[in-house]
Design a protein around this ligand. Structure first.
Ligand code: IMP
Length: 201
């Protein structure tokens, strides 16, 4: 039986990698995690996703998926956005810092998570796919599932934060799942599997 086609995930974030393994489980590709550790020098999610995917693809010689994501809060003019991973040294401190900045501003603290996925092929073009999830930041931490700001992000109509949802429930609403759906619906991955298969990998 031929090996499954391999797709690199350009990330060192265990929470993200876990979600991609789940989201792409039915595609038949074997996911290989590889942190390209690029400087996130871009000014948009798409630029950063592209930088990560292209670096991982050129270093590995394999197709690679990079993503960039963040939480945008209306009361803070969309902050922290692409800076979501840089608000502090640990996620606990990042969450505390976000809540500190929101203190005293009127609630509800409406916001959205955004995710852009870039798919790069060695020597080929890079395509990007975007997803979002609208919701509300809450001041109390709820639940321990997921990662990042999940325990303070309430999803409208569910009464739950992402931190209170098992993975199969988070994927119904999440920005990453929406971006992954756009990727799958585009046919880019199937096309890729075909071309990888054709090269005998
Ligand atoms: P980056 O995409 O690696 O630059 O990191 C984005 C940062 O946004 C993460 O480190 C998290 O803090 C936050 N983030 C992105 N997606 C999620 C999510 O699904 N749940 C919670 N936090 C997230």
């Amino acid at each position: 039986m031929p090996d499954r086609p391999r797709l690199v995930i350009a990330s060192g974030n265990a929470g993200k990698i876990r979600e991609y393994r789940d989201l792409l489980a039915g595609t038949g590709v074997e996911l290989v995690a590889f942190d390209s550790e690029v400087d996130e020098a871009g000014e948009t999610y798409a630029e950063n996703a592209r930088l990560k995917a292209e670096a991982a693809s050129s270093r590995s010689g394999l197709p690679a998926l990079g993503d960039d994501s963040g939480l945008e809060v209306e009361a803070l003019g969309g902050f922290p956005g692409i800076r979501s991973a840089r608000l502090g040294p640990t996620q606990k401190e990042r969450t505390e810092e976000l809540l500190r900045r929101l203190e005293g501003t009127p609630r509800p603290w409406k916001g959205r998570f955004v995710c852009v996925i870039a798919l790069a092929t060695p020597g080929g073009e890079t395509r990007t796919f975007e997803g979002e999830c609208r919701g509300e930041v809450v001041p109390e931490w709820r639940g321990e599932a997921g990662f990042g700001y999940d325990p303070i992000f309430l999803v409208p109509g569910t009464g739950k934060t992402f931190g209170e949802m098992p993975p199969e429930e988070k994927r119904k609403y999440s920005h990453r799942a929406a971006a992954a759906r756009a990727l799958l619906e585009s046919g880019a991955l199937q096309h890729l599997s075909g071309s990888i298969d054709a090269r005998g990998r």
